[in-house]
Design a protein around this ligand. Structure first.
Ligand code: GCB
Length: 604
């Protein structure tokens, strides 16, 4: 799906700003033919939860309503008009002037609908009903229950099967864009790079709506100079003397696509792309033929007041903090991030592991590896309880469709910490891995980010992963505070993986320790800033001994909000930065380490 941009043939109207808002108490039915009966305001894009200063609203589970009016200028009325949501969390029903225009399930991917037939002259009313319910059919997974209060009213409850706050609402931009009635619908760009010759054969496939006599593709360099041209909807162009997209040294070409009818350019769209080659071989992760070492973070879209709402100032600031520390990459833990962030990463040369919202596919959360050590088949009911295949398939389709052209995306993460050690996991995952391989036009590597219980002995799906990605908490959830034993356990497990799969690169996608900013300890006690640093030093010592260990993405970039629970005080404190992005003590050590490790060619 194309990102909406202004071009010579397209206009984008941004519906960000203040909308009307109400939670649905499910007492009186909301009549979509009437204006929403509320005087509450909410800002879009942002989660609704923290805006209201009301516990009832913040913790509301069920349905909420958004509404605003819009007017289409006369000059655009004859164009094709498309209403597009960057996301709507987690399920949306969209009404225009009281008529249902579209529905969408899944809270982190865009969707759109042509609205011409719904419009009236003058002021139009856009109403959105949203659900933030998560259950065993959705991604992420929630444990859903319903009770009745003393008046017989339904009380809905979601116990999140994951460790982040269930922010919801219209958290990404809502836009209307125009196109001519003959239009460019999608563009797929696949650069086939010959590193020796310094050339790339760039395959460009274009999907159109309506009819063109001809479709023209012009490739421009960063200075706007034309470097190649071709015609056709399935075409390829050769670029000589290529400038590669490199980590932290991005170069973006632009494909200008023109749909021509009666010798007139009717529609124009421009898509930026990078020329780069990703390979996994001999235990290495290669970018442009050189071994890449991942240095960075698991993150969250999580800021004060906005929740998971898009904040481009935070995005720019976060990437600048990363660059300052010598980091080069992050994972979109635990859901697809905004398109604006993906475009920024393309521009900045930040390397991204792009993750689906498949988190919580596990019946019982546990870090206790010992229960598996008895051998034999292990069944924790996950694959009987969970019914997420359909949602998983849908989101793999939508994510790859959305992000397929981004040079920053170097690998897909199919899930975070699913019960891949449990009987039934293989039957669940194999078709999903096959689907992702079939769908990605750039054939990127795939991984599943594994929980501690998925070891070389117990993981039933590990042969499907191109890269072994490990979330490990030796010294924190296991052997808390005992870094000596943790070091041994870390070493032993990494060596076991390397032995089992000598050709697969191994990386950490999570490791960390909750740390209260300002808490110090002469004894390196857990939760102190000293412990956080010692914990990372221990891990890094082991990483550097393992030849096929190709990356360290720690948990987490910043402290973030979670649900309440005895394990969390004002959220998860594993940040290297506080939620306000102030560095904890460990940031200096990490900065020294990472600035000393080259992005490419560290472990040859
Ligand atoms: C994990 C999860 C992550 C949690 C983290 C923690 O394994 O993937 O979502 O936040 O552990 O801090 O417990």
């Amino acid at each position: 799906m194309l990102y909406p941009i202004d071009t010579a043939s397209r206009v984008v109207l941004d519906l960000s700003g203040l909308w009307k808002f109400t939670i649905d108490e499910e007492v009186n039915e909301i009549d979509v033919d009437q204006p929403l009966p509320t005087s509450e305001s909410v800002a879009v894009p942002a989660a609704f939860n923290d805006q209201a200063v009301s516990q009832k609203i913040r913790e509301h589970t069920g349905f909420v309503w958004y509404e605003r009016n819009f007017t289409i200028a006369r000059a655009l009325c004859d164009e094709r008009l498309v209403l597009r949501f960057g996301s709507a969390t987690h399920q949306a029903w969209v009404y225009i002037n009281g008529k249902l225009a579209t529905e969408h399930k899944g809270g982190f991917t865009p969707f759109e609908v042509e609205i011409n037939d719904f419009l009236v002259p003058g002021v139009n009313r856009l109403t959105v009903r949203l659900s933030n319910i998560l259950d065993h059919t959705t991604l992420p997974v929630g444990n859903y229950s319903e009770t009745k209060d003393k008046n017989g009213k339904i009380v809905r409850n979601v116990d999140e099967n994951f460790d982040f706050f269930n922010y919801a609402g219209l958290q990404r931009p809502v836009k209307i864009y125009s196109t001519p009635h003959n239009y460019i619908d999608d563009v797929v760009i696949v650069p086939d790079v010959d590193l020796q010759k310094g050339q790339a054969n760039v395959n460009v496939s274009i999907k159109t709506g309506g009819l063109f006599d001809e479709v023209r593709v012009t490739i421009k360099d960063e200075d706007g100079n034309e470097v190649a041209q071709a015609t056709g909807t399935q075409t390829s162009v050769m670029i000589n003397d290529i400038k590669l997209w490199q980590p932290l040294n991005a170069y973006l070409y632009t494909a200008k696509i023109e749909g021509i009818k009666n010798n007139k350019v009717e529609d124009v769209y421009e898509e930026a792309f990078g020329v780069r080659k990703i390979e996994v071989k001999n235990g290495k992760f290669l970018i442009n033929g050189q071994s890449f070492y991942f240095k960075g973070f698991g993150k969250h879209e999580d800021t004060f007041i906005r929740g998971r709402g898009l904040d481009e100032a935070y995005n720019v600031h976060d990437l600048n903090l990363m660059k300052d520390m010598g980091a080069n990459s992050f994972r979109t833990s635990h859901y697809p991030y905004s398109e604006e962030m993906m475009r920024l990463c393309d521009r900045e040369g930040i390397v991204v592991i792009d993750e689906t919202p498949a988190v919580g596919i596990m019946a019982a959360f546990n870090f206790d590896v010992s229960i598996l050590e008895k051998g034999g088949d292990f069944n924790d009911d996950t694959w009987e309880l969970m019914n997420t295949s359909e949602a998983h398939e849908q989101v793999i389709r939508e994510l790859i469709d959305r992000d397929k052209n981004h040079p920053s995306v170097v690998m897909w993460s199919i899930a975070n910490e699913a019960a891949t050690y449990s009987t039934g996991s293989r039957e669940y995952f194999e078709p999903l891995f096959n689907l992702a391989r079939e769908l990605d036009p750039q054939n990127r590597p795939l991984t599943n980010v594994t929980i501690m219980m998925a070891t070389p002995k117990t993981d039933k799906c590990d042969d499907l992963y191109d890269v072994i990605a490990l979330n490990r908490y030796y010294g924190w959830y296991v052997k808390n505070g005992d870094l000596e034993t943790a070091e041994e356990q870390t070493r032993q497990e990494l060596l076991e993986w390397q032995k089992k799969y000598p050709e697969k690169p191994i990386m950490y996608t999570e490791y960390g320790a909750d740390t209260v900013a300002g808490f110090h300890s002469a004894y390196g006690e857990p939760f102190s800033e000293e412990f956080q640093e010692e914990y990372y030093r221990m891990n890094h010592k082991v990483f550097d001994e393992i030849p096929n260990f190709v990356g360290e993405q720690l948990w987490n970039f910043a402290d973030f909000q979670t649900k309440f629970g005895i394990m969390r005080v004002q959220g998860n404190k594993k940040g290297v930065f506080t939620r306000a992005r102030e560095p904890k003590m460990v940031a200096r050590y990490l900065s020294e380490r990472w600035n000393g490790i080259p992005h490419l060619g560290y472990k040859k």
